[in-house]
Design a binder for this molecule. Structure first.
Ligand code: RFL
Ligand code: PHB
Length: 395
């Protein structure tokens, strides 16, 4: 049995866990990171693509922004589209801010490289990860390279994602979950073809939502709305391109096709736990809340949480626990603003699922169209979208 002691035991080495480690290292607070999957698996996950200005600022303040400044694509706005009419929401003109397109895989790789350089303890392939005793002296037990380990810590932080183990250790009587399931899912592809647009396109079409994003000047990322029980096997490459051509069509514009290198379907859900703190256990990122991807907020919320939590843990270690005591309330207050924006963008751009009766489908589609046309003609509405899309302040 290996026994160690540290200030903060972090469970999960996704972007939230590794960024928290980087913040703690910067502030001189000891930590270990315990991850149950392999390093290659964690690095291989293709997920989010857009960093808010606020997230870029956090990475920059830690000296972690060299990669994103070299290769990230700075976007000054997005395009919204309905029935072939496309309009630009100009973030720079409306709120003086931008976003950066830089894949989550790149953020993950940069964070891994930073921890390699620091010589941090990040243990991958940990089995049977078992955090215990939130109200007493926290301990995390697990098996690593065949040997049982026991890490005692002042605090345990669950950055272990939506299906993580840490929140299951909160008493059921204490934690309530607020949730909404959507009758839509996203079929996403990566394709080896230069993007056909210089900024992201979000489109509402009678057949369903579609969007055009990107990863680099030579790789496109595209999505179409499908029913949640749809099977990826039923979507040939030709069928996917046909759906994208139809839903993204505008006069005088052509979508370039190319080889599809990855395709998958992700269901959409909103979910928030009622507290991110219990005793000496804390939650951050997807472990505490998830959003549908339409507002590009999942990764950005994880970054905002750990920016707040890292600072609070550092202050606690220096003798002032006020920020740590208020962490859950502050993070959830910000998160609920992000939740309503993600829900707004999702409702704005998706058609009702096939189970909805025809007359109601028609009403809901027409109403969304009205909302999009209102946004298209209103500087006030666009300014609000710009403010939220580029990121609320983190404090
Ligand atoms: P992560 O990235 O899920 O990392 C959690 C880590 O914890 C590990 N883990 C454990 N480790 C030890 N013991 C256990 N018992 C453990 N249980 C889990 C996991 O292996 C993992 O390494 O959460 P984090 O760090 O909070 O980061 C959040 C973001 O990853 C997430 O919000 C976004 O990627 C959400 N998301 C998307 N967001 C967007 O803004 N745009 C997107 O296009 C987008 N696509 C996605 C997504 C999330 C997806 N998931 C989770 C299903 C696509 C997918 C498929
Ligand atoms: C992506 O590039 O994967 C992406 C971009 C914006 C979103 C969701 C996903 O809202």
């Amino acid at each position: 049995m290996q026994r160690t002691r540290t200030q903060v035991a972090i469970i999960g080495a996704g972007p939230a866990g590794l960024l928290l480690g980087a913040i703690l290292a910067d502030r001189g607070v000891g930590f270990v990171v315990i991850e149950h999957r392999s390093r290659e698996h964690v690095l291989g996950r293709i997920r989010a693509g857009v960093l808010e200005q606020s997230s870029v600022d956090v990475l920059e303040s830690l000296g972690l922004a060299a990669g994103l400044h070299a290769e990230g694509l700075v976007h000054g706005g997005i395009f919204l589209q309905h029935e072939g009419e496309r309009f630009h929401v100009d973030f720079e003109a409306l709120v003086g801010r931008t976003v950066t397109v830089y894949g989550q895989q790149r953020v993950q790789a940069d964070l891994m490289a930073a921890h390699d350089a620091l010589g941090s303890t990040v243990l991958y392939d940990a089995a049977d990860v078992d955090p215990a005793d939130p109200e007493g002296e926290p301990v995390v037990r697990f098996v690593h390279e065949g040997e049982p380990h026991e890490v005692r810590a002042d605090f345990v932080v669950g950055t272990d994602g939506f299906h993580g183990v840490t929140k299951t250790r909160f008493p059921a009587t204490l934690v309530r979950t607020a949730e909404r399931a959507y009758d839509a899912a996203w079929l996403g592809i990566l394709a080896d073809v230069p993007p056909s647009t210089d900024e992201l396109i979000y489109a509402l079409h009678p057949d369903g939502f579609a969007m055009h994003s990107m990863r680099s000047p030579s790789v496109s990322r595209l999505y179409v709305q499908v029913d949640p029980d749809e099977r990826i096997e039923d979507w040939s490459d030709d069928r996917i391109w046909e759906a994208l051509d139809t839903r993204l069509a505008t006069p005088g514009w052509t979508l370039q096709h190319g080889p599809i290198t990855e395709k998958s379907i992700t269901r959409m859900r909103s979910s928030v736990v009622s507290t991110l703190a219990h005793g000496r256990f804390l939650l951050a990122g997807d472990a505490g809340h998830i959003v549908p991807p339409t507002g590009a907020k999942g990764l950005n919320s994880a970054i905002a949480d750990v920016a707040m939590l890292g600072a609070a843990l550092a202050e606690q270690s220096a003798g002032d626990d006020a920020a740590l005591r208020s962490y859950s309330d502050r993070a959830l207050e910000r998160q609920w603003k992000v939740q309503q924006f993600s829900e707004y963008m999702t409702d704005l751009l998706h058609v009702p699922g096939s189970a909805v009766p025809d007359d109601e489908r028609e009403f809901r589609y027409r109403s969304r169209l009205g909302r999009l046309r209102y946004v298209g003609g209103s500087r006030y509405a666009q300014q609000s979208i710009a403010e939220q899309y580029t990121g609320l302040v983190i404090r």
